[in-house]
Design a protein around this ligand. Structure first.
Ligand code: F6P
Length: 456
C-alpha cells in the first residue's frame, strides 16, 4: 500500500513516544495515519532568517517532520495573506479583507519552502494529501520541480462564490495552483459548485465534477470532515464524573446550561450571539434565572487587528449583559477567554441542555458534531446551529437559525428551553445517526480512496 504523506500548516502536538494530542485534524485523520505515514508542516517556531533544516520526530509509528518559518514570513504569510486576506475572503466577508502584494510574495515563498522540503522527504509512490488555504500553491511548485505523485488537496473552509473570489488580486494564479492536484476535496456541494464555476469562468474544461487543464485531469469531491463519535462520547461520560464538571453542575443550582465553544474568531458570530442572548433575557423575563450561558472562547491569531477588535467588542458586550441582568445570586453569562481541555469540554457539552453554534460562516464546524456525540441519548440537549455552517447541510434536525437574525436566535433559545423530552430524543437520535454516517473515518477513507484511484 502506498505511503500517505499529510501536509498541513500546523502539525499535531506530539512528544517522543506518545501519539498526537487528540483534537482538530489529528482526529479526522486518525484512521488514515497508519504506522509508516509522514505528516509534514510548520514547527510553530519562528527564526530570524529562513532555514532549510527539517526536524523529525516519530510518535505512534508516524513521522512528524517540520520546518521553522522566518519571523518576517510568519508575519506576511501567516498573519498576512493567509489570515488577513484569504481567511475573511473565503468566509465571504470582503469588508474585512486586507491585501498587500508583499504578503502574497511571502505566501508564495513559504509555499515554495514547503514544497522544496517535501521534495527531500517523499518517495515516488507516496500519496500526498495537502490541507487548507495556507498551502494552495504547494502542489504547483511540486509539479514544477518534477513531482509526478498523486497529490490531493482538501479545503477545510468554504470556497467563496466566484463574484467574491474574483476580488483577490492573485485569483487566477491560486486557481492554477489548485489545478496542479489530482483530487480537490470540499466540505459541501456549494463549495465545490463555487470552485467549478470559477474554473468554468476562466475557460477551463469542466465536465460533471471533473476538470481538464493543460493535459491534466482533476477530480473534485465532497467529503465533509467528521468526528470520532464513540471516542468523544467516552470522553464526555468520563469527564462528567470529574470534580471540575461536578463543580459546574453544583454552580448551576438546577438551571439549564447553554454552552458555546469557539476560537475567538469573527467568523464564529460571537457578537451577534451575545446580542441574541441579551434579547432572549429581555424578551423572556420569566426564564431569566432558569439559564446560565457559558461561552468558552480560545484566543486565536491575536496579532491580526480584526481579532484584537473582536476581543474588545466582546468584553464590552459581556459586561453589558452581566451588568444589566445579573442578580445577587445569578450571573447570566460566563465568558472565558482561554482554551478548555478537550476532556472537560466534552463533559460540559454533555451537561449542557443547549449547544449554541452560530458561526456567520463556517467550512463545517466540528463543535456541532461533538455536542451531538457527547449527549446522553436518554436526556439529550438541543443543538441550535447556524444555517451558514457546513454542518447545517448534514444536520437538519438541529434548530437551524440565521446567525445575523438576533430575534430568531433569541426565539430558538426559548424553543430549546421548552422542548419536550420526547422531541429532544427524536431529534437527537436522527442527528446522532447522521454524525455517525459522516464521521472521521468516512472522511479520511473517502478522500484517500479518491486519491488512490489513478484515473484522475
Ligand atoms: O480549520 C481552519 C483552520 O485555519 C486550520 O487550518 C487551522 O489549523 C485552525 O483553523 C486553527 O487556526 P490557526 O492554525 O491559525 O491557529
Amino acid at each position: 500500500m502506498a505511503r500517505l504523506v499529510i501536509v498541513s500548516n500546523r502539525v499535531p502536538d506530539v512528544s517522543e513516544n506518545s501519539g498526537p494530542r487528540a483534537g482538530g485534524l489529528a482526529v479526522g485523520l486518525a484512521d488514515a495515519l497508519a504506522p509508516g505515514s509522514l505528516w509534514f508542516g510548520w514547527s510553530g517556531e519562528r527564526l530570524a532568517a529562513r532555514s532549510d533544516e527539517i526536524h523529525s520526530i516519530v510518535a505512534g509509528g508516524v513521522t512528524y517532520a517540520t520546518i521553522d518559518l522566518a519571523e518576517d514570513d510568519y508575519r506576511a504569510y501567516y498573519l498576512g495573506f493567509s489570515n488577513a486576506t484569504l481567511w475573511p475572503l473565503f468566509h465571504m466577508m470582503p469588508s474585512l479583507v486586507s491585501f498587500d502584494s508583499a504578503g502574497y510574495d511571502a505566501y508564495r515563498a513559504v509555499n515554495e519552502q514547503f514544497a522544496r522540503a517535501l521534495l527531500r522527504l517523499i518517495q515516488p509512490d507516496d500519496l500526498i494529501w495537502i490541507h487548507d488555504y495556507q498551502l494552495l500553491g504547494v502542489a504547483a511548485t511540486l509539479r514544477r520541480l518534477g513531482v509526478g505523485n498523486r497529490i490531493g488537496f482538501f479545503l477545510h473552509i468554504p470556497f467563496p462564490a466566484p463574484v467574491l473570489f474574483d476580488l483577490l488580486p492573485p485569483a487566477e494564479e491560486l486557481l492554477q495552483g489548485l489545478l496542479a492536484h489530482d483530487v480537490v476535496g470540499f466540505q459541501t456541494e456549494p463549495d465545490r459548485g463555487h470552485f467549478l464555476a470559477a474554473l468554468r469562468q476562466r475557460g477551463v474544461c469542466v465536465q460533471g465534477n471533473d476538470a481538464w487543464h493543460e493535459g491534466r485531469g482533476l477530480r473534485s469531491i465532497v467529503t465533509p470532515v467528521g468526528v470520532d463519535v464513540d471516542e468523544f462520547n467516552r470522553l464526555a461520560v468520563r469527564a462528567v464524573r470529574r470534580v471540575e464538571a461536578r463543580r459546574v453542575v453544583e454552580s448551576l443550582a438546577g438551571r439549564a446550561l447553554m454552552i458555546s465553544a469557539d476560537r475567538l474568531d469573527y467568523t464564529k458570530g460571537l457578537p451577534a450571539r451575545f446580542d441574541a442572548y441579551g434579547r432572549f433575557l429581555s424578551r423572556f423575563p420569566e426564564r431569566r434565572r432558569r439559564i446560565s450561558f457559558l461561552q468558552v472562547a480560545a484566543p486565536s491569531r491575536e496579532e491580526v487587528d480584526q481579532y484584537k477588535a473582536l476581543r474588545d467588542e466582546l468584553d464590552y458586550k459581556a459586561g453589558a449583559i452581566n451588568g444589566e441582568y445579573s442578580d445577587f445570586d445569578w450571573v447570566p453569562l460566563r465568558y472565558m477567554t482561554r482554551a478548555a481541555g478537550r476532556g472537560l469540554l466534552a463533559g460540559l457539552f454533555r451537561i449542557a441542555r443547549i449547544g449554541l453554534v452560530t458561526p456567520l460562516r463556517d467550512g463545517m464546524n466540528l463543535v456541532a458534531m461533538e455536542y451531538i456525540a457527547a449527549q446522553d441519548p436518554l436526556d439529550p440537549g438541543v443543538l441550535i446551529l447556524s444555517r451558514f455552517a457546513g454542518a447545517a447541510t448534514l444536520l437538519p434536525e438541529a434548530l437551524l437559525v440565521n446567525p445575523y437574525d438576533v430575534d430568531q436566535m433569541a426565539e430558538a433559545i426559548n424553543t430549546a428551553m421548552l422542548m419536550t423530552l420526547e422531541e429532544r430524543q427524536e431529534r437527537h437520535e436522527a442527528l446522532l445517526g447522521r454524525v455517525r454516517r459522516h464521521d472521521a473515518t468516512a472522511y479520511s477513507r473517502s478522500f484517500v480512496a479518491a486519491l488512490s484511484q489513478g484515473d484522475g
